[in-house]
Design a protein around this ligand. Structure first.
Ligand code: MLT
Length: 413
């Protein structure tokens, strides 16, 4: 019989968001009348349609595909130059990033898993807690962890607690790590890192020859003027960091699928024999072997996000989501809950009321308010006692969520 990858059997339960969907379905089977009332603020999925600049570009590209003279077959495996150049001009103006250091993909979720193809086993890996579950699960699947413990954490990973006390930015560890995952603006806590804190992480990585995998999927939500939008704003980051970008949240591409990574040419790892090898060539080899990149029409759509019209239009959409986050923050505060995040990020991180744990709050919100949220503990042990509300929704729904939460506290338990 064929061998399977046993590491998959170490995974605890389902991936978080399908598990939430399963629980919502089970609730609706019990209470079908609630179906029309459900408001989904769980997974961070956008609700606003693609902006006109993107639609126009995609329509034009589709027309090109319909004519023999302009039809395109396989594209360059690492992405079209027009998109790589637009990215460098738009996201790295004044920073030392070249178009051939940009790798186009179908999204940063893919990249977060794929990167482990080119990294070896035995790396001491630091993961923030709470964390975007993809980092953990993809390490489990790749065999980079031991077994799951009773609390859902895994042997072999170093968890870096992110708590209200440290502002949801992990302390620099005293022990050396080889690989560290950081995500700012943070999913799930909605927190942001300061330039000084990020500099401390870059210094740590340089000192310990470590690599930082820096996820900036939510960078266009940052409003704090001095906050870093890219790790490459910090001196030395080219030698110790890869950056993961997504068009899902800023461009509404969750269903379109496009993102990119930056892998600077200086970034290197080590062979078992101790020889230094740049990751750039390995990453390029990985993509050109395992993928034919992303469709032409999609890449033209992504390019349009960097046009003047695209920028102005997406800015409006992002402002709208951030206003939702503000309303959710204010609403939660008005009923006595302690709230974090939601200023430079589309996620509001809320402390559960006394005596209620994360899944308990998920159940209460679902059953009493018919609102789907994400239980904080689903993102890791340090998320216990919190729940996350996504601001990706219509204004009408957000106002309704606030009304229902207020009504919930006014009802006898
Ligand atoms: C989330 O809700 O945490 C994210 O939307 C999930 C994702 O981006 O894959």
């Amino acid at each position: 019989m064929t061998n399977i990858n046993d590491n998959y059997l170490k995974l605890r339960g389902a991936y978080l968001f399908p598990e939430i969907a399963r629980r919502v379905t089970a609730f609706l089977e019990r209470e079908p009348a609630a179906a029309s009332r459900i408001v989904r603020c769980g997974i961070g999925d956008v609700t606003e349609p693609l902006v006109p600049a993107v639609l126009d570009a995609m329509h034009a590209a589709l027309d090109e595909m319909g004519r023999r003279e302009t039809f395109r077959g396989y594209g360059p495996p690492l992405g079209y130059d027009f998109l790589r150049e637009a990215i460098v001009a738009g996201d790295f103006d004044g920073l030392d990033i070249a178009p051939d250091e940009v790798f186009i993909s179908d999204g940063s979720k893919t990249d977060c898993g794929a990167i482990l193809d080119v990294l070896g086993t035995g790396n001491r890996t630091g993961i923030t807690d709470p964390v975007y579950p993809v980092y953990v699960d993809s390490n489990v699947m790749a065999g980079h962890t031991g077994e799951a413990r009773d609390d859902g954490s895994y042997d072999g990973l170093t968890y870096l607690p992110c708590t209200a006390d440290n502002g949801f930015v992990p302390a620099i560890p005293s022990a050396p790590l080889d690989l560290v995952y950081l995500c700012y603006p943070n999913n799930p806590t909605g927190g942001m890192i300061t330039r000084e804190q990020l500099r401390a992480w870059v210094d740590y990585a340089l000192e310990h020859d470590a690599i930082i995998l820096y996820d900036v999927a939510y960078k266009d939500f940052v409003r704090e003027a001095d906050a870093p939008r890219s790790i490459y704003e910090i001196d030395g980051a080219r030698r110790c960091a890869m950056e993961f970008h997504s068009f899902s949240k800023n461009g509404g591409f969750t269903g379109v699928r496009c993102g990119y990574t930056v892998c600077p040419r200086e970034l290197a790892g080590r062979t078992r024999g101790g020889e230094e090898v740049p990751l750039h060539g390995l990453w390029a080899r990985r993509w050109s072997t395992k993928s034919n990149s992303v469709g032409y029409v999609v890449q033209r759509g992504a390019e349009a996000l960097y046009s003047e019209a695209g920028r102005a239009q997406t800015r409006n959409v992002i402002e709208n989501y951030l206003e939702n986050a503000r309303l959710l923050r204010e609403g939660c505060r008005s009923i006595g809950l302690t709230v974090y995040g939601g200023v430079d990020a589309p996620y509001v991180w809320v402390t559960c009321p006394d005596g209620v744990d994360s899944w308990g709050m998920f159940d209460r919100m679902l059953e009493e308010a018919n609102v789907v949220v994400t239980p904080g503990v689903g993102f890791g042990r340090c998320g216990e006692g919190y729940f996350r509300i996504s601001a990706f929704n219509t204004r009408e729904n957000v106002e309704e969520v606030v009304r229902r939460m207020k009504a919930m506290v006014n009802q006898p338990a």
